[in-house]
Design a protein around this ligand. Structure first.
Ligand SMILES: [Zn+2]
Length: 385
């Protein structure tokens, strides 16, 4: 490596991959992201960016970085998350924390999703460091996208950053993405009364209430499918998946408590709070009928749908620059937070979603130059002219 003041693309990515920054809803796997944030801030400061490190209130080991070059109205945000998902080392044929080139690919945890995007954004910006910026270029690095999205939440609460356009470099295979569904992860907890199975009157069976809850959730799903439809998605209706159920202990004991977890994938235009309210209206009466306690709660804060405009100026520009028509995707991102802050937002990045969250994650070498060209086209259009 020839000095780290402003490392080249490969050196920067290699260093970012070396620094573990797993985030997880499981506390035993969750790590802070400060070393990645400090590394990026050091490089970007040397490039002339003004760096603000914003601590995430509920997570003392985590922060966002807002690095700004130039000033003026408008501006362009190039955004990515600093965290990776957990990994299964014995399923990797490479070292997840060592950037390795093979098969015309760069392997490493986070190459595709999405530390690679920071190295590319810096490489793209480097060409213009001596030019007068008419609008700011902001490189934004967030915390906890893969787990709680607490980084994006903190940004939204602070109303930062302020810019007109935002590109989130999540893996879309270079295709501009203008909308995705939202997600709610919910839990129904039922507390009944355990007792000897020989006499049902000795208890209140939580599993039997769960049976009614499941029927009610499936009826709810059917009604959502009739009410909402968006042909812009491969699966055009909202979905509800019954994910896991835990309850009881023995065949000869009345089930005293039962817990059911499920998700709801929301279409643009659907509101998670309204949906939770509607579900409660359906489920709470079952508690009264069966004499049990029943609660419906969010397991994690919901992610709203990303409801961008198919023909927004940024989407059109990205279609021109990439040669690909805009599409929807099935995964969630931080886009709804940026969109709500008033930014024309696109999800567009060099990796492929098939390689994200997988062993032997990689970024194909032939995506590097097209991404630099794309980002330089955006910087010229939105920051320099
Ligand atoms: Zn990602």
């Amino acid at each position: 490596m020839t000095g780290t003041l402003q490392p080249d693309f490969t050196s920067a990515l290699s260093r970012l991959i070396e620094i573990p920054s797993v985030s997880s809803t499981l506390p035993e796997l969750d790590m802070g992201n400060m070393p990645v944030i400090h590394e990026l801030a050091g490089w970007l400061e040397n490039m002339g960016f003004h760096c603000e490190i914003m601590m995430v209130p509920e997570a003392p080991q985590k922060a966002n970085l807002i690095a700004t070059l130039g000033s003026g109205p408008g501006g362009l945000v190039l955004a990515g998350h600093t965290d990776t998902v957990p990994y299964n080392a014995n399923r990797w044929s490479f070292d997840p924390f060592k950037l390795e080139e093979a098969n015309n690919r760069l392997y490493g945890l986070g190459t595709c999703d999405m530390k690679g995007f920071f190295a590319l954004a810096m490489e793209a910006a480097r060409a213009y460091l001596d030019q007068p910026f008419k609008a700011p270029l902001i490189i934004l690095a967030t915390a906890d996208e893969e787990s709680s999205m607490s980084g994006a939440r903190a940004l939204a609460a602070a109303g930062k950053p302020k810019a007109r356009y935002a590109v989130i470099g999540e893996p879309t295979g270079m295709i501009p993405v203008y909308m995705h569904k939202g997600i709610m992860m919910e839990r129904v907890s039922i507390i009944g009364q355990a007792g000897h199975s020989s006499n049902p009157a000795l208890g209140r069976n939580a599993m039997e209430t769960a049976h009614k809850v499941i029927s009610e959730i499936m009826a709810f799903r059917s009604s959502l499918g009739i009410q909402y439809n968006n042909p812009g998605f491969d699966v055009p209706t909202p979905t509800v998946n019954l994910g896991c159920i835990h309850g009881g202990d023995n065949p000869n004991r009345i089930c005293g408590s039962c817990r059911l977890d499920f998700d709801v994938r929301l279409l643009p235009g659907m509101d998670s709070q309204q949906l939770r309210h509607d579900l409660r209206q359906r489920l709470l009466p079952l508690a009264g009928q069966d004499g049990v306690q029943l609660a419906l709660e969010a397991i994690t804060p919901s992610i709203e749908p990303f409801d961008g405009q198919r023909d927004s100026p940024l989407i059109k520009t990205c279609e021109q620059l990439t040669g690909y028509g805009a599409e929807s995707v099935a995964f969630t991102t931080e886009a709804p937070f940026f969109s709500k802050m008033g930014m024309d937002t696109v999800v567009l990045g060099p990796g492929d979603i098939d390689q994200a969250h997988q062993p032997d994650e990689y970024l194909a070498l032939d995506r590097i130059q097209p991404t630099i060209d794309l980002l330089q086209g955006l910087i010229r259009k939105y920051c320099l002219t």
